[in-house]
Ligand binder design. Sequence first.
Ligand SMILES: *Cc1c(COP(=O)(O)O)cnc(C)c1O
Length: 222
Amino acid sequence: MSIAENVQRLKNELPAEVTLVAVSKTKPVSHILQAYEVGHRVFGENKVQEMVQKWEALPKDIQWHMIGHLQRNKVKYMAHFVDLIHGVDSLKLLLEIDKRARQHQRTIDCLLQVHIAKEETKFGLDVEELHQLLSSNTFQKMENIRVVGLMGMATFTQDRVQIKKEFGLLKDLFDQLRRTIPNMHVLSMGMSADYDLAIAEGSTMVRVGSKIFGARDSVTPK
Ligand SMILES: *Cc1c(COP(=O)(O)O)cnc(C)c1O
């Protein structure tokens, strides 16, 4: 199967209201173009420098999503074009995004990453930290960011019952917040191995890499 076929098949399979983010990290520009040529426009990267290089090389109607863990000192390199930042997990990071967005006279949409997995190593806010952040004055005063939803990653396990449970928890939290926070409409959960479960639990955005582009050569994080 080609990249173009993979993208088209996935889009036919997904409910119309679910956004597909094609995760192109480590993959060359020529592979991204294969998906672009069949009409796909939303791509996700997990390293700022790589995303900037691809943004420079590719058509400007691509929507670039930053899906990886983000360091504050890197925000400035992508603040002029990034479409959605998935992995925001601190007020400090949000403040930096707000500042850089303001310099470019734009508003940057963000998702707060919630820690739902059993592993200690995964990034993200716990439920209490999430509520604290959202109720802080600092948060409420920021004008150049918009928190439009939540993002989460399930435990890396074969145990589908466990994964389903974690996605269910995130969905409940999302529904709860949606009652009080305007703009909340994105629930980013689900990857190649578990997007079916995520969608069954109410995901509105899936981040799919290997199922579109094939296995990555290296998954060693920097
Ligand atoms: C790499 C990555 C994905 C995609 O993973 P696949 O298993 O290849 O679909 C999704 N989300 C995040 C945060 C990632 O880093």
